[in-house]
Ligand binder design. Structure first.
Ligand SMILES: [Zn+2]
Ligand SMILES: [Zn+2]
Ligand SMILES: [Zn+2]
Ligand SMILES: [Zn+2]
Length: 760
């Protein structure tokens, strides 16, 4: 029997490793984290040096006792969770749980799950990195403090069940601020003048760029001259038609385009979204599988290096094999004289490598039959990007032609690819060639047609998953191991909606964001959050003391928290004034939060019952730039949030009373194929605080709610001995056991009565 034990976190990784080390090592998996802060209590003793209370996660108790049992048989244990902060934390807790005097416990880092990667790591086993663990633990503690202290404040001031998270709130803030920019945006009109000119019957297009040597506005950027009316555009058009088009200058230059560095996590997420249309979560799920091992005919092998990294570093061996491959496949022509080196980012977490294939000779074609369509697509992207990163630049010939017509200057440009270089393998979005006929200075050109085109400046775009990751990254927020989590957590709250792959804050999200940002201006500030991430890096590098970081954070946080407890607007009691008077009683109109979201009400409630809905920001065009239309009258539909959730109403209200609830995300309601037994209106499935329930669409006039039938167990009630035990849920969703004869018998217990007799 093997006398050495390796512990990893996933069964797939364990299978791949076991295959290589058959007989020599036994491999076990933890299935992720095994120890964490307790779920139902704060778990941090702030006065006592921020001492965390770590407990074995409930669902992992079996895994842990099994590991403890197994560990007894081995004198050497190798902890091999993923090589990042979270992996280090798993190893730290494992070591605590398994250590004993007669055992040696090592930490090993598998950057790739291949025979070489594994044997290299096992040759130089180290110890658990305390600095790295402390960086993880500090983040966990800070997040816990923010979550546990700020959420109750929201329950008190706004609504029960709301939550606030440290980084998610910053992400929400970024989304809300963009929405605000879009709302404030005033579009401006500008016209562009395009002349279609002929050289030897070959047409090409030139654009008006200057008048009397002063730049003309083209696009959002302001310029000295804006052609801001049809009248002006038409006048210019007429003058150009009368004049002559003469070539003033022809400039040609060669432009080099260098290949991009191999992937780091954020760039992989962005490119997979651009090229493959993958959501961030999907990209990470597939990358994980490629890293942990895929069977390519001869048992599983890790196909890529570790996918959570912010380093563009490439090992010497990998560069050498890439160069060998390129030389063989494309010839010397595409091989630079020296390897391309990409400087590591300043805050690269550690000596990780970039994401690359574990063997460049495993081309996508050669293993395509072993991979699913999506796995192959992602592997190809990683493989191509890596190979391209060691190839020669692409060279373009750019031509810029200036054309004079009186006081007007027009410009035409062309691009021709002269040398493909790395583009042979990877195209980072370079368009097709734009050809221009050969022209010479002083030449006169014939005019075919002039077009004056109306344009408007455009507001900044809403974020997609990929652009939000990019924004977080460029602001120094989040790390390779957290981007995907931030993106999914923010979508699981009722604070944002995803529509056409874009983020829209909900009315509730904007309200909560405003309250949090004004009460904790610094804590949820982008720079502050980025700085805290830097401090975590500092802890990992051993430059900062984690307790010092925690203390500094807490002093500041506590000050804001105390102030917020007193000063934060109570939306529950008073609402948030919207600067409008009630048309019924003259009172102040305020935003309030009901069971299903935000609505507007009169502050003189209950004397005045004037309420109305708010229009949601996610209202607007669908993919084709068209508004949703009313099936009853053809009018436009408007997305609103009201007392009873989000719904579309017809813009022709009150003439048309069409109304449609919003399915899916947020507090959506789904109409069911079943009618209310009390009033006959259709039943709907609603999402409440404690899960889904079925109610009448006629609410609030009809209050019918369908009761879930409790599950009956084959156990006799220990109290009355007649009824059977049934599984029920409290209003909060907690499971308890009661008697089927309720209310005649009031037996209730949190635990299953185990000494109850079986009925037969
Ligand atoms: Zn009123
Ligand atoms: Zn209608
Ligand atoms: Zn009803
Ligand atoms: Zn009973």
């Amino acid at each position: 029997m093997a006398d050495k034990l390796i512990i990893v976190e996933s069964p797939a990784k364990s299978r791949t490793i076991e295959k290589y080390l058959k007989g020599k090592y036994h491999v076990e998996a933890t299935m992720g984290h095994i120890v964490d802060l307790p779920k139902k209590e704060f778990g941090i003793d702030i006065e006592n040096g921020f001492k965390p209370k770590y407990v074995v996660i409930d669902e992992k108790k079996k895994v842990v006792s099994n590991l403890k049992k197994k560990a007894k048989n081995y004198s050497e244990i190798y902890l091999a969770a993923d090589p990042d902060r979270e992996g280090e934390a798993i190893c730290y807790h494992l070591k605590n749980l398994l250590s004993s005097k007669d055992k040696k416990i090592y930490r090993v880092l598998f950057n790739e799950i291949t025979p070489t990667g594994i044997s290299k790591a096992l040759e130089s086993p180290g110890d658990v990195d305390l600095n790295k663990f402390n960086a993880q633990q500090t983040r966990r503690i800070v997040d816990r403090i923010v979550g546990y202290k700020v959420s109750p404040l929201l329950w008190e001031k706004v609504k029960r069940g709301l939550s606030a998270g440290r980084v998610q709130t910053v992400a929400l803030r970024i989304i809300c601020e963009r929405e605000e920019e879009i709302r404030k945006f005033n579009k401006e009109e500008y016209w562009t003048i395009l002349a279609e000119l002929l050289k030897n019957e070959i047409p090409f297009t030139a654009k008006l760029v200057e008048i009397d040597g002063r730049k003309v506005r083209i696009g959002n950027k302001k310029a000295p001259i804006a052609i801001d009316s049809k009248q002006l555009a038409e006048q210019i058009k007429r003058e150009l038609e009368k004049g002559n088009f003469l070539i003033e200058s022809v400039k040609k230059k060669h432009k080099k385009r260098n290949p991009l560095p191999p992937f780091i996590t954020s760039k992989l997420q962005q490119e997979a979204a651009r090229v493959l249309d993958f959501p961030v979560k999907k990209t990470m799920r597939i990358a994980q599988k490629l890293y942990e091992g895929v069977d390519i005919g001869d048992g599983p092998v890790g196909l890529i290096t570790y996918m959570r990294t912010d380093s563009t570093r490439i090992s010497k061996e990998a560069i050498e094999s890439a160069r060998a491959f390129i030389g063989e496949k494309f010839g010397k022509e595409e091989l630079p004289s020296k390897p391309n080196v990409y400087s590591a980012k300043e805050n690269a977490q550690d000596a990780h490598e970039a994401i690359r294939p574990t063997s460049v000779f495993r081309t996508p074609e050669s293993i395509s039959k072993y991979l699913s369509k999506d796995e192959l697509a992602l592997y190809s992207l990683i493989w191509k990007r890596f190979v391209a990163s060691q190839m020669t630049p692409a060279i373009f010939e750019e031509t810029e032609v200036k054309i004079k017509n009186g006081k007007y200057t027009l410009e035409a440009s062309g691009t021709v690819l002269k040398k493909e270089g790395f583009l042979k393998v990877y195209n980072p979005g370079v368009g097709k060639d734009k050809l221009l006929p050969e022209v010479e200075e002083g030449e006169k050109l014939a005019l075919k047609n002039i077009e004056a085109k109306q344009n408007f400046t455009t507001p900044p775009p809403r974020y997609t998953e990929a652009t939000l990751v990019k924004e977080l990254e460029s602001n120094g927020i989040g790390r390779p191991s957290t981007y995907a989590t931030i993106i999914s957590v923010i979508q699981n709250r009722a604070y944002v909606l995803m529509k056409e792959k874009k983020f829209y804050p909900t009315a509730l999200g904007e309200l909560v964001n405003k309250l949090l940002v004004s009460s904790f201006p610094k804590i949820f500030e982008i720079n502050y959050t980025a700085n805290l991430e830097k401090e975590l890096d500092g802890i990992e590098e051993g430059k900062l003391d984690y307790l010092e970081v925690l203390r500094k954070f807490y002093i500041e946080f506590e000050r804001y928290l105390k102030r917020a407890e007193e000063e934060m607007v109570s939306v529950k009691r008073n609402g948030v004034p919207i600067g409008e008077k009630c048309e019924k009683c003259g009172g102040e109109m305020v935003k309030k939060v009901g069971k299903f979201g935000v609505f507007i009400a009169c502050s003189n409630y209950p004397e005045c019952k004037n309420t109305r809905e708010v229009v949601e920001s996610a209202d607007g065009e669908d993919a084709n730039g068209e508004k949703k239309t009313c099936p009853k009258c053809g009018g436009e539909l408007v997305l609103k949030s009201g007392r009873y959730g989000k719904f579309y109403t017809c813009s022709n209200y009150p003439e048309c009373d069409y109304r449609e609830s919003l399915n899916g995300n947020g507090n959506g309601v789904k109409q069911l194929d079943k009618n209310c037994p009390q009033c006959g209106k259709p039943l709907v499935e609603r999402k409440g605080k404690y899960g889904k329930f079925i109610a009448c669409s006629g609410y609030p006039e009809c209050k019918y709610i369908e009761k879930e039938k409790p599950k009956e167990l084959d156990i006799i009630c220990p109290k009355c001995g007649k009824g059977k035990i049934v599984v029920r849920k409290t209003r909060r969703g907690k499971v308890f056991y009661g008697c089927s004869r309720y209310p005649d018998c009031d037996y209730a217990s949190w635990t299953l009565p185990d000494n109850g007799e079986k009925s037969d």
